[in-house]
Design a protein around this ligand. Structure first.
Ligand SMILES: Cc1cc2nc3c(=O)[nH]c(=O)nc-3n(C[C@H](O)[C@H](O)[C@H](O)COP(=O)(O)O)c2cc1C
Length: 227
């Protein structure tokens, strides 16, 4: 959560948004009680727009329906989002209606009245070195946006993100990364979009591939040796 690698990028990003005048609310999925969707689709049939399950989604969904921007921050977990984040996304189904319509030549469900189309930003980090480790997650978030009538506004991606904390402990400066994350937040609020240049700084190489692998293996070995 607040001490994780994702937070290292998310926090300055939100700070930049706040500084540019956005009203920001932050929720940690792990702290929320969000039960998995059980698939009855009562929210489409018996009680349109409302899930039969009574939990923190009752508080969260109205906020999400009103938001101009939704920021989904998650580490890569087996090429996707974390379990609690997936539960949250599945439980957003009441935001759309049951009807199937053609949008840009593709089957979609229309947004329910009262639900708003928002900009969506992904903030993520992963342990592996390559940028393509984000490809499945990016494809998923873009599909989620298309299905939910949202606009995918871009992603702050940090490959070999696990290297950040040890590097900071060893005295390396990652200020350019954190400053770029803050700048991305400012850009999003002030310009409505984030520049490729700014996002590129956040994803920049921290160390060569071979060193990164060596470093990761050493860290695990040290943890094993400490048992
Ligand atoms: C269950 C699990 C699955 C993971 N899957 C991947 C993965 O598919 N690819 C990857 O590069 N890193 C993977 N990781 C590593 C995390 O993305 C990485 O440790 C990240 O820095 C954690 O972020 P956090 O500190 O914000 O939780 C996985 C970690 C866990 C615990």
């Amino acid at each position: 959560m607040e001490k994780g690698n994702t937070a290292l990028i998310l926090n300055p990003f939100l700070e930049g948004m706040r500084e540019a005048g956005a009203e920001v609310e932050l929720f940690y999925t792990r702290k929320l009680n969000i039960k998995p969707c059980t698939g009855e689709l009562d929210c489409w049939i018996k009680t349109p727009g409302e899930c039969y399950q009574k939990d923190d989604m009752q508080m969260l969904l109205p906020k999400m329906c009103e938001a101009d921007v939704m920021v989904f921050a998650t580490p890569v977990y087996v090429d996707g989002v974390t379990g609690p984040m997936k539960n949250l996304i599945d439980r957003m189904i009441p935001c759309v209606g049951h009807l199937v319509e053609l949008r840009d030549g593709h089957c979609r469900h229309p947004l329910r009245e009262g639900a708003k189309s928002s900009k969506v930003v992904l903030v993520s980090n992963c342990s592996f070195w390559e940028m393509d480790n984000f490809d499945p997650l990016l494809a998923y978030m873009k599909a989620f946006c298309k299905n939910g009538s949202h606009e995918f506004a871009g992603a702050l991606l940090r490959p070999h993100g696990v290297a950040m904390l040890p590097m900071l402990e060893m005295g390396a400066s990652l200020d350019d990364l954190f400053e770029a994350a803050k700048e991305a937040g400012r850009e999003l609020v002030e310009d409505g979009e984030m520049s490729t240049e700014t996002l590129g700084i956040i994803s920049r190489e921290l160390m060569p591939l071979e060193l990164c692998m060596q470093f990761a293996n050493q860290q695990f070995q040290q943890a094993l040796d400490a048992l």
